[in-house]
Design a protein around this ligand. Structure first.
Ligand SMILES: C[S@@+](CC[C@H](N)C(=O)[O-])C[C@H]1O[C@@H](n2cnc3c(N)ncnc32)[C@H](O)[C@@H]1O
Length: 338
């Protein structure tokens, strides 16, 4: 957002989400591709009313996702192309998740602020959103696909930021569909990998390993990191895990990691780092919005670097370094005190 916005502009932000969601749902980026298309052509390609579609396309130009070409033709901008399913990066799955699930959940934010409880707790479905959503396969598929699109966009920075040369077996704890470990293994042919996550991620993770040609050196273990983390890995990575949980739950996960790692083993935590004092800077805003998303969603929070260091220290890890990788940071820790 450039310059100070009016309160009216700010409160109408949901309209922008709806415009982007409509464009993604209509597969507009796929229909337009790299060349401009006429509105009538597009209307028949995406099954839309021509006049209404023109109005949507003009809306998309005002937020920089489309540009008007000659006559009644529109093209996607580079940013707009990211709405396409096969773009690199593609945020389509995140947009569908945001438009179909998060928008609904956030409408109850006031209840979470009043009570300090998550949407799942307020519905009386317990403290663990992941356990509560166990029999909602379509919602889980949507969530997992959204996580893949977000993680895929930052994986090159993760791979560049950490040298895995000395590692032998890397475990991605809560690694979902295997996006992160897949990339780490592709860039490090000497490595073996394992993903530990809930059983519902197993089929898609295994299919992903087959697609990448790493199935012979990457396994999936179905389990819960609150019960046990299997030993064998010298390095454990966790992306977007600790921010899901409160400090007590995080300590259980961290202690299970510590029990699983050999002496001096490495733990890499990849999370957004909360600023000590948030400002209107877009990066601060993005982190704080994620923090509120954790309040409403799984019940965790975003933490400052000092908070991560303290939390990890209380579970027997020594701080090594923090590397800034854009909107996320990579906090490297070492098992201490054997
Ligand atoms: C926010 S997602 C992060 C996924 C992945 N690390 C990424 O960043 O793309 C959290 C992950 O934790 C997994 N998870 C939740 N509860 C778990 C549990 N008790 N044991 C293992 N994994 C769990 C979820 O299935 C999900 O894949």
């Amino acid at each position: 957002m450039s310059g100070p916005a009016s309160v009216l502009d700010l409160v109408q932000s949901h309209r922008i989400t709806a415009v982007i969601y409509a464009a993604a749902k209509l597969n507009l980026a796929e229909a337009i591709r790299d060349e401009s298309k006429s509105v009538s052509e597009l209307a028949s390609a995406v099954s839309a009313d021509e006049n209404a579609l023109r109005r949507l396309l003009i809306g998309l130009t005002t937020i920089g996702l489309c540009r008007r070409a000659e006559g009644d033709r529109f093209a996607m901008t580079d940013l707009g192309l990211q709405l396409g399913e096969t773009a690199d990066p593609s945020f389509k799955d995140w947009i569908l998740f945001e438009g179909e699930m998060l928008t609904q959940s956030w409408s109850g934010l006031v209840d979470s602020v009043r009570t300090g409880k998550t949407a799942t707790q307020l519905r009386g479905e317990g403290d663990d959103r992941y356990a509560a959503s166990g029999n909602a396969p379509e919602a889980n598929r949507r969530f997992n696909a959204a996580m893949v699109s977000l993680t895929r966009s930052i994986v090159p920075k993760i791979v560049a930021a950490h040298d895995f040369a000395a590692a032998r077996l890397v475990m991605d704890l809560g690694g979902g569909n295997g996006e992160l470990i897949g990339s780490v293994l592709q860039h490090n042919p000497h490595l073996e990998g394992v993903v530990l996550d809930l059983a519902r991620c197993e089929a898609s993770a295994r299919a992903h390993f087959e697609r990448l040609g790493i199935a012979d050196r990457c396994r999936f273990v179905a389990g819960s990191f609150f019960e046990e983390v299997p030993s064998g890995a010298d390095t454990i990575v966790m992306k977007s895990i600790l921010h899901n949980w409160n400090d007590d739950r995080c300590r259980i996960i961290l202690r299970n990691c510590r029990n699983a790692l050999p002496s001096g083993g490495t733990l890499i935590v990849i999370e957004r780092i909360m600023p000590e004092r948030a400002t209107t800077d877009p990066r601060d805003r993005s982190c704080v919005m994620s923090d509120l998303n954790m309040l409403r969603g799984p019940g965790g929070c975003e933490r400052t670097e000092a908070e991560y260091r303290k939390l990890a220290g209380s579970a027997g890890f020594a701080f090594v370094r923090t590397t800034d990788i854009g909107s996320f940071s990579l906090v490297q820790l070492r098992k201490s005190g054997d």
